[in-house]
Write a protein that binds this ligand. Structure first.
Ligand code: URA
Length: 248
């Protein structure tokens, strides 16, 4: 599929299709294999399902109809996601997406993991598929820290339950670090660090002990901190931060 936005390879050698897709930052090689098997990948306009397929200079590759390019430099940014943004590249309901927050960066960046529609805060975006794999694979257990405002009083009994692990519907969470930053008469501001990334995990954990989350912000992934970055803005990660993330 060639056109205004299609790109040609700049390699003289053959490259495995799954490696090419990961190098373009779309996803990990393993996920790329799934995309290939599911018929989501086209080479020169034709669906390719064979795992061992190689691509070479002059081939054009598209994933889900979007042309991709593997020979671009790697870009790593931290975005402060505002509420009301979807963590994906496009949305069938036409809601704002995080892709719009990095629209002035020429490389096509993908979000690392997900934040709910109304969750705010730290989101890493990159075109480095291998780093995405490292940070999202459960075995790497990267800690993620959130500040939640929850309804009601967070009693010591509830705190102890959250720290020990709670059942969030067929899954018992592993021990979490939890501390109350502020107890108001009708709500509490709580910092919580977890190592897993189940869907809506923090909201479900508080619901499990009887406190509804009113607002949720991610403030850190490992040692990478949101700091004073304004909502809707991004900053490039420093070289040291990228090296740190790759070492996890
Ligand atoms: N946990 C949640 O409940 N929501 C998020 O967006 C992230 C973690």
């Amino acid at each position: 599929m060639r056109g205004l936005f299609s790109f040609a390879l700049c390699y003289n050698t053959l490259m495995r299709l799954n490696k090419y897709i990961a190098a373009a930052g779309v996803c990990s090689r393993r996920k790329a294999d799934e995309l290939i098997a599911n018929g989501n990948v086209k080479v020169n306009g034709k669906v390719v399902r064979e795992m061992g397929t190689n691509v070479e200079e002059g081939d054009s590759v598209s994933v889900n109809g979007t042309p991709i390019e593997a020979n671009e430099s790697k870009v790593y940014v931290v975005v402060n996601k505002p509420p009301g943004f979807v963590t994906s590249m496009s949305d069938d309901k036409d809601r704002p997406t995080v892709a719009q927050l990095v629209a002035d960066i020429p490389e096509r960046l993908f979000p690392v993991g997900r934040l709910d529609y109304n969750t705010t805060g730290l989101l890493i975006m990159t075109n480095d598929g291998d780093l995405t794999y490292t940070l999202t694979h459960p075995k790497h257990e990267v800690s993620k820290t959130y500040v939640a405002t929850v309804a009601g009083v967070l009693s010591n009994v509830r705190l102890a339950k959250l720290r020990k692990g709670v059942d969030i519907g067929g899954f018992v969470t592993s021990p979490a670090q939890v501390r109350v930053l502020k107890q108001n008469p009708r709500s509490a501001v709580v910092e919580i660090s977890i190592h897993e990334g189940k869907n809506r995990q923090v909201r479900k954990m508080f619901a499990a002990v009887g406190n509804k989350v009113q607002s949720l912000e991610r403030t850190a992934i490992g040692d990478i901190r949101l700091g004073r970055l304004l909502q809707g803005h991004y900053r490039k990660l420093t070289r040291a931060e990228v090296e740190y993330l790759k070492s996890l």
